[in-house]
Design a protein around this ligand. Structure first.
Ligand code: LLP
Length: 385
């Protein structure tokens, strides 16, 4: 089995667990995205929720990407790290007045609005500031992302977006809101989507909704199809970069853009997941009656994805070359769900070995908690370690 390349000698000096980011891989990923989008009317807004570590953000901003933010603090963080406010989209079902004002004060690209009351509030707050807020309507397309239930967002039973049947009412509200400028429509059907036919289904829906707006005499310069492109968690060493070529080509093929129309994407996971690993140490090996447990010093407080979504992460013992042996890999937290993998093959492990949990660059560090009074994991970067 091929393993990832890590600077073990440097790791030996460090307290575990910590996040380690391969900045060269991040740059390769950003170059791959740029190659597929440059010279096209395509704009990528990186979704900060996947990872808002300032070093990572500065690298992404340096490639000229926009940002997709879901809180006032994310907007401030994006700007601090070099993102151009005129490329920031602001999403979220529950934007507070304070957060809307942050968006208005920084003249962001657009608010992705999710309800009629939200339009009314943004209009009022923009009026107070003598500003016009650009908005895109987030529409619930009722398209199945065929991914985990907790990360499916575009079905009628989800809380996100405006339902199609409410569009006529919504347009009326927009028309009677002088401080609102409707610039486009927005969709996001879910995350970790590996079956690209879900995006084809989305395109069919986007085209029919776009036609409806045309019939209403409404021009839509901005089409935003959200994020969601999945990565290969099983084989990070063979497929370190997502299939951006197929992804962008699909939208190009299925969504023939009208003149002056730009297509916007909000990719998070596919940009940052592969470059990050959670590095921990084996604390104890516990021989059970039926199986052996590898107890590591990282827990669900450092990476909650396996406990929350039964998500799979490839795990490697990067200190050992001994024969492969089955283990349950578990953390130290007082919860049975604090488990990273069940009966996976790892090199025979001993106390102190370094264990790498791969593809943890997205929704890893951003979802940490201090449960059990735990320390937060540190982060290190290949450029500076
Ligand atoms: N745009 C919107 C409106 C979103 O809600 C999301 C993610 C994205 C873009 C970025 O999606 P991505 O390209 O990363 O799939 N914590 C979960 C994932 C939650 C995704 C939430 N929304 C996980 O660890 O799998």
């Amino acid at each position: 089995m091929i393993k990832g390349k890590f600077p073990n000698d440097k790791f030996e000096q460090l307290e575990t667990p910590f996040y380690y980011y391969d900045m060269e891989l991040l740059r390769k990923t950003l170059i791959a995205i740029t190659k597929e989008t440059e010279n096209k009317p395509f704009h990528v807004h990186y979704a900060l929720k996947a990872n808002f570590n300032p070093i990572i953000l500065k690298e992404i901003a340096s490639f000229g990407f926009g940002a997709d933010c879901v809180s006032g603090n994310e907007i401030l963080r994006a700007i601090e790290c070099g993102f151009d406010p005129s490329k920031i989209a602001f999403a979220g079902v529950g934007k507070t007045d304070k957060e809307i004002n942050i968006g208005l004060d920084n003249n962001i690209f657009c608010f992705n609005v999710e309800s009629i009351p939200e339009i009314e509030v943004i209009n009022k707050l923009a009026e107070k500031k003598g500003k016009i807020a650009s908005v895109a309507l987030r529409i619930n397309p009722n398209v199945d992302a065929r991914t985990h239930k907790y990360i499916t967002t575009g079905l009628y039973e989800n809380k996100f977006g405006i339902n199609e049947q409410d569009l006529p009412k919504t347009i009326q509200t927009v028309k009677s809101s002088p401080n609102i400028k409707l610039i486009g429509i927005h969709f996001h059907i879910g995350s970790q989507i590996t079956d690209l036919t879900s995006f084809e289904d989305l395109c069919v829906k986007v085209k029919s909704i776009r036609n409806w707006f045309k019939q209403e005499g409404i021009d839509l310069p901005v089409l935003n199809v959200g994020g969601g492109l999945g990565i290969n968690y099983q084989h990070p060493n063979h497929f370190p970069i997502a299939d951006f070529e197929s992804y962008f080509r699909l939208f190009e093929k299925y969504l023939d853009l009208w003149e002056n129309q730009t297509l916007h994407f909000e990719l998070g996971r596919s940009v940052v997941a592969p470059c990050g690993s959670l590095i921990s140490r084996a604390v104890f090996i516990k021989e059970g009656i039926k199986k052996n447990f590898l107890i590591i010093d990282a827990g669900m407080t450092d990476l909650i994805r396996p406990a929350l979504y039964q998500a799979f992460h490839h795990i490697e013992n990067i200190s050992s070359d001994e024969e492969y042996t089955p283990y349950d890999v578990v953390g130290p937290i007082c919860e049975s769900s604090d488990m990273f993998a069940e009966q996976i093959m790892l090199n025979r492990s001993k106390r102190g070995d370094l264990i790498a949990i791969r593809s943890a660059g997205a929704y890893g560090e951003t979802m940490v908690s201090r449960y059990n009074c735990r320390d937060l994991p540190a982060s290190y970067f290949s450029d500076t370690l």
